[in-house]
Design a protein. Structure first.
Length: 393
């Protein structure tokens, strides 16, 4: 494609689609070949050692997967990108690449449950020092980073309480001590936020969510500098958490409508958050687009849209959640997010099911919280659905 800058909407459609391997195909073909043959041994060797472009073995990458990797590379403004079998594979492979015994990581208490499990249980067992700071306390983050660390891991907006972290501010603190900054951008997507532009070194996504957008394929992606991505790629190719061609195709196909979907979900989520924020049976709404949100001003400065995710707490205990959720008709009660259909559920069965009630309390997640992933349905229908269900509790 012509070497000039396009809009996010155009890149979502066209980036990665001009792979010469596919010649005249107007959509990315699915290449399921495990291996790729060479008649010339020197050429084979050059491709195997990275001296020349090409494909060797699909555990490393293949043409279909490479097209997806190029699409996310362009959308995140990165030098390189690599893909994984799942979002958690992207997170765990990235963390294990840089966190060896004796290393120190600084993160926040509000991260996805699987990530929290790594920090609470796995890394301490590997003699990695983990410091989890209060998510909104930038001074505490800066203080702990200044004490020395090897990696800073951020998630913003956070899952499931939608807290906001000032990426530029924390990235600057990390660079002062030579730490690698990794940002989970799953909730925001490259349409709403680009952490690399704000000083992060690596950005990752659970591609299962908004990038795919249809709840029918799993994957993860990582993008950043060529040097750092290559380190994670090498760990992943040996670890084996590779993305296959079929889900790569489905994720890339879903990404072609990413900008359309995110624009609709941004708008609908804002309307729903405002409605819930004024409801007598809702005690708290977590959405960075609300002016009452503690991270609203930071979100305005680093995000182009506030996203399709929100969460809210009912004015009562978990018993109200049990009554309310089954009354919703236009919602799948399911443990995912970012789909064209609206999804909802409490953290104890979705984002933080791996954790105990005590661990959720430690992370500041109330049991009465409901995570609500806004789909692309008519927002008026979703509002009516919410209103009807709230009247029943």
């Amino acid at each position: 494609m012509e070497n000039r800058k396009f809009s996010k909407a155009t890149d979502a459609v066209w980036a990665g689609e001009d792979n010469p391997y596919f010649k005249e195909a107007v959509t990315t073909p699915i290449v399921n070949s495990v291996a790729f043959a060479y008649k010339d041994l020197d050429e084979w060797y050059d491709v195997s050692t990275g001296k020349s472009d090409g494909f060797i073995y699909s555990r490393n990458t293949n043409p279909t997967v490479a097209s997806l990797e190029e699409k996310i590379r362009v959308l995140e403004g990165a030098e390189a990108a690599t893909a994984f079998a799942t979002g958690m594979a992207a997170i765990s492979n990235t963390l294990f690449t840089f966190l060896k015994p004796g290393k120190r990581v600084v993160s926040v208490k509000d991260t996805y449950g699987g990530t929290s499990k790594l920090f609470l249980d796995f890394f301490p067992a590997y003699n990695v020092e983990v410091k989890l700071c209060e998510t909104g306390n930038h001074e505490e983050l800066e203080y702990e980073i200044a004490k020395g660390c090897d990696l800073v891991y951020l998630e913003t907006p956070t899952n499931p309480t939608l807290k906001i972290i000032d990426i530029k501010r924390i990235a600057l603190a990390a660079k002062n001590v030579g730490a690698v900054v990794v940002v989970d951008n799953t909730f925001a997507t490259p349409i709403n936020q680009n952490p690399l532009d704000l000083g992060a070194d690596l950005v990752l996504h659970s591609a299962t969510k908004y990038l795919c957008g249809h709840s029918d394929a799993m994957g993860g992606v990582l993008a950043g500098s060529r040097e750092l991505v290559q380190k994670v790629f090498h760990f992943r190719e040996i670890n084996g958490a590779s993305l296959q061609a079929d889900p790569a195709y489905m994720i890339a196909r879903g990404m072609k409508t990413l900008e359309l979907r995110i624009s609709r979900q941004n708008e609908s989520a804002m309307k729903i958050a405002n409605y819930l924020n004024g409801h007598s049976k809702v005690s708290q709404v977590f959405y960075p687009g609300l002016e009452t949100h503690t991270g609203h001003e930071i979100a305005k400065s680093q995000m182009r849209g506030f996203g399709g995710m929100l969460s809210f707490a009912l004015d009562g205990g978990y018993d109200l959640v049990e009554k309310f959720l089954p009354s919703l008709k236009l919602v799948h009660l399911a443990a995912s997010l970012g789909s064209v259909s609206t999804l909802a559920g409490p953290p104890r069965t979705t984002s933080h099911v791996e954790l105990t009630e005590e661990q959720r309390a430690l992370l500041g997640i109330p049991e009465s919280l409901i995570r609500y992933s806004v789909g692309i349905e008519s927002v008026d229908d979703l509002l009516t659905d919410l209103e009807t269900a709230l009247k029943k509790i």
